[in-house]
Ligand binder design. Structure first.
Ligand SMILES: Cc1cc2nc3c(=O)[nH]c(=O)nc-3n(C[C@H](O)[C@H](O)[C@H](O)COP(=O)(O)OP(=O)(O)OC[C@H]3O[C@@H](n4cnc5c(N)ncnc54)[C@H](O)[C@@H]3O)c2cc1C
Length: 474
């Protein structure tokens, strides 16, 4: 502490107001703890400001235009004009409404809000720099601290983000002009989602990916459906190519890639989006002051109550490890706050669902068939194609399928993979089934509204029992 500086005290100090930190702060406030949250940028974190919400807003807006322009089969002939600045303003409005809501909710739950950058100054002290000239800094003493500092995009050598030629996902979401040619480095979920947005806006998109396929981590038959649709949208894939360097040109840039045999290729673009993953923000916290050391990737190790090796310090969300997903961060925020309040809360992940908002969407939860086998189960697998769904056909979106993985002997649902329209919503049924310990019989016996896409989940479950009505049984 600086001499003469009086520290403020708080029961719980939360560093970072993303979906991990703000949920933790609100829950701690509900539990009558004195809680202070420090945020260096904008309330809502990556998710609300630069990630989940703005990307989904742009995806929805471009879908409106794309679907209208591609509805000849339905007897609709339209040629929508996209005003990119209007679209971005609408997206910003959605973001502002949500971030304002989070601020109000925190205040309503008695959370003390503080703008500034926190770093540890001792075992029970952080120093908060308020930023800006003459703004100064102050110390806060805490009993417990929740680190929720999230993650930042990986940079690759030679491709430092400049917001003009080399873009991070955050830069790409703020573009107010549609690029003519975009190179996207990385075919993971962020690269694929944003490529889809720009391809639908008319940009010529080229994806270069070091690996041999798109969407690593997703099953090949799931990724194939998305990749095929992306190619139909005009997206060009170049696999086995690593981005090596780029040159500025009079009319944009040239990106040079290299394959594993050392051969180079060149791609012209206006801009390049680098989306090769994210890394935890743990290096700016002066962790030595509390005796914490992150692992070699920068993640903070925690137990099933979100506690680090230093008993009164907790870590949640992206900084605490994979999967780097907003709902995982929020769940951990709940648990950390409750544990600090003395409640017997623990993380009990039956399964963490994940969604990719490509066209079509992907939703996954729990085990794949191979993972179930590796875990010693005899999997019963049922599949239902959306081509056989009346609802899917009547909306004009019939690509993809639902797959349900269950234990043959007990019937317990172990996992599921959905690729198709509304997969991000439909996967919630399978997540609930796993959480509830439901069986395929439970899913089959549940009366589903007709005609809906959710019926496909019931049909896939019935197929796993050899009892599907609307498709041939396995
Ligand atoms: C383009 C994109 C799309 C995404 N889409 C999805 C999606 O559809 N679904 C999904 O589940 N996830 C998605 N994610 C991931 C999701 O955004 C993250 O998993 C989530 O935001 C993690 O929450 P968090 O609270 O751990 O961290 P963050 O949301 O990153 O918040 C951390 C906060 O801490 C602040 N901070 C950092 N250091 C300090 C400090 N020293 N002092 C004070 N404040 C500090 C930061 O400014 C930030 O506001 C997406 C991410 C991106 C980039």
């Amino acid at each position: 502490m600086v001499v003469g500086d009086i520290a403020t005290g708080t029961d719980v100090l939360v560093i970072g107001a993303g979906p991990g930190g703000y949920v933790a702060a609100i829950r701690a406030g509900q539990l009558d703890l004195d809680v202070t949250i420090v945020e260096k940028d904008a309330y809502g974190g990556t998710c609300l400001n630069y990630g989940c919400i703005p990307s989904k807003a742009l995806i929805s807006a471009t879908d409106v235009a794309h679907n209208a322009a591609n509805a000849e089969d339905m007897g609709i002939h339209a040629d929508p004009a996209v005003d990119m600045q209007g679209m971005v303003a609408w997206k910003d409005g959605v973001v502002n409404q949500l971030t304002g809501g989070v601020e109000k909710l925190m205040k309503a739950n008695g959370v003390n809000l503080m703008q500034g950058t926190a770093e540890f100054a001792g075992e029970n002290t952080v120093r908060v720099a308020h930023g800006g000239e003459g703004q100064g800094s102050e110390s806060i003493e805490f009993d417990s601290c929740i680190i929720a500092t999230g993650s930042r995009p990986f940079q690759i050598p030679g491709f430092e983000f400049d917001g003009e030629h080399v873009l991070s996902s955050r830069d790409a979401l703020a573009l107010d002009e549609i690029p003519e040619k975009l190179v996207v480095v990385g075919a993971g979920y962020i690269g694929m989602e944003l490529s889809t947005v720009f391809a639908k806006l008319g940009t010529e998109v080229t994806i270069v990916e070091m690996l041999d396929d798109a969407l690593p981590g997703y099953e090949p038959d799931v990724a194939r459906v998305v990749k095929k649709k992306a190619e139909e949208l005009g997206i060009e894939f170049h696999f086995g190519e690593a981005a090596k360097e780029w040159r500025k040109e009079a009319d944009g840039m040239t990106v040079v890639t290299e394959n594993k045999d050392g051969e180079t290729s060149e791609f012209k673009a206006d801009k390049t989006l680098v989306a090769v993953g994210r890394q935890p923000v743990s290096d700016t916290l002066n962790l030595e002051a509390v005796g914490l050391e992150p692992d070699e990737k920068g993640f903070l190790q925690t137990d099933d109550q979100c506690r680090t090796d230093v008993g009164h310090i907790y870590a949640i969300g992206d900084v605490a490890g994979e999967p780097m997903l907003a709902h995982k961060a929020s769940k951990e925020g709940h648990v950390a706050a409750e544990v600090i309040a003395g409640e017997p809360s623990t993380l009990d992940y039956q399964a963490i669902p994940a969604a990719v908002f490509t066209d079509p969407e992907i939703g996954t939860v729990g085990m794949t068939q191979d993972e179930a086998k590796d875990a010693g189960f005899e999997p019963a697998v049922g599949k239902f194609p959306f081509m056989a769904s009346g609802r899917a056909l009547s909306t004009g979106h019939s690509d993809g399928f639902v797959r349900v993985v269950a234990d043959e002997e007990s019937g317990f649902i172990l996992g599921g993979q959905i690729v198709g329209a509304e997969a991000s919503e439909l996967i919630a049924e399978l997540a609930l089934a796993i959480e509830m310990g439901a069986t395929i019989e439970d899913l089959t016996a549940t009366i589903h509204t007709h005609p809906t896409l959710a019926e496909a989940v019931m049909e896939a479950a019935a197929n796993a029992r050899g009892e599907a009505i609307h498709t041939l049984n396995r």
